[in-house]
Design a protein around this ligand. Structure first.
Ligand code: ATP
Length: 227
């Protein structure tokens, strides 16, 4: 029968703001893996992603919470934003595992994040701490390319209904790659649209659209770097 099936997901991100790409993917993963719970984890400040100052944690938490308020099985944790300093996913996974030892956590990340995982704090330990789900991301190949030295082996589909591929990681953990269409939405594109006065309807949940307008978020100067 293989490894135990995950019973809850941790989905970390800056969520500045949470958008429909995040939300739709989280729902798909919940259903594909038949998870009773998905916990969204707004990050304090991800060390692998230095960029312009993030919106206040309170705003990012409020938007994520409003987006999932009516969705059963979804919750938002302030664990990472409560800690001063950078957020390390490894620390977070360990804290959740300690707090709820009966839960088999699975960590969710975009394929673009996995492509850069070697820049993450002690990433081998993170991949050994729990199973991982990769979300398809526009512009990143679907087949995961692991960092040099990390061996992954494709495995046969397992016991429950599953469309997608899965791989074995060195410590016996799984890397799930559900077959889902990529949704080309990013937080940055939302921020840019708001800044230039464009409509973001359909790209973010209505509660998030309302929150952004109500609090005047993302009206500052253009961001540097990639378009
Ligand atoms: P930004 O544009 O500010 O860099 P983002 O849209 O990538 O942000 P994050 O909050 O950084 O959003 O993303 C959290 C996690 O969700 C990351 O692992 C990221 O790869 C993944 N993710 C974000 N958007 C999507 C999407 N449209 N489809 C699949 N995964 C996504």
């Amino acid at each position: 029968m293989g490894a135990p099936r995950p019973s809850a997901a941790l989905f970390g991100g800056t969520f500045d703001p949470l958008h429909n790409g995040h939300l739709r993917m989280a729902i798909e993963v919940k259903e594909a893996l038949r998870l009773p719970r998905v916990v969204l984890l707004p990050a304090h400040h991800p060390p692998h992603k230095p960029r312009q100052p993030l919106s206040e944690a309170g705003h990012r938490l409020a938007m994520a919470s409003a987006a999932v308020a009516q969705l059963s099985g979804f919750e938002v944790s302030d664990m990472e934003v409560r800690h001063e300093g950078p957020s390390y996913s490894l620390t977070t996974v360990r804290e959740f595992s300690r707090a709820e030892p009966g839960v088999d956590w699975v960590f969710v990340m975009g394929a673009d994040s996995f492509a850069e995982i070697s820049t993450w704090h002690r990433y081998e330990e993170l991949l050994a701490a729990c199973d991982t789900v990769l979300l398809p991301r526009h512009g990143t190949p679907l087949t995961p390319s692991p960092p040099a030295g990390l061996r992954i082996e494709k495995e046969e589909p397992h016991c429950y209904s599953w469309t997608g591929e899965s791989y074995r990681l060195p410590e016996g953990r799984r890397l799930y790659c559900p077959s889902l269409p990529a949704l080309d939405i990013s937080s940055r594109s939302i921020r840019e649209k708001v800044r230039s006065g464009q409509c973001i309807r359909g790209l973010v949940p209505p509660e998030v659209e309302e929150y952004i307008a109500g609090h005047g978020l993302y009206l500052g100067a253009r961001e540097e770097g990639r378009p």
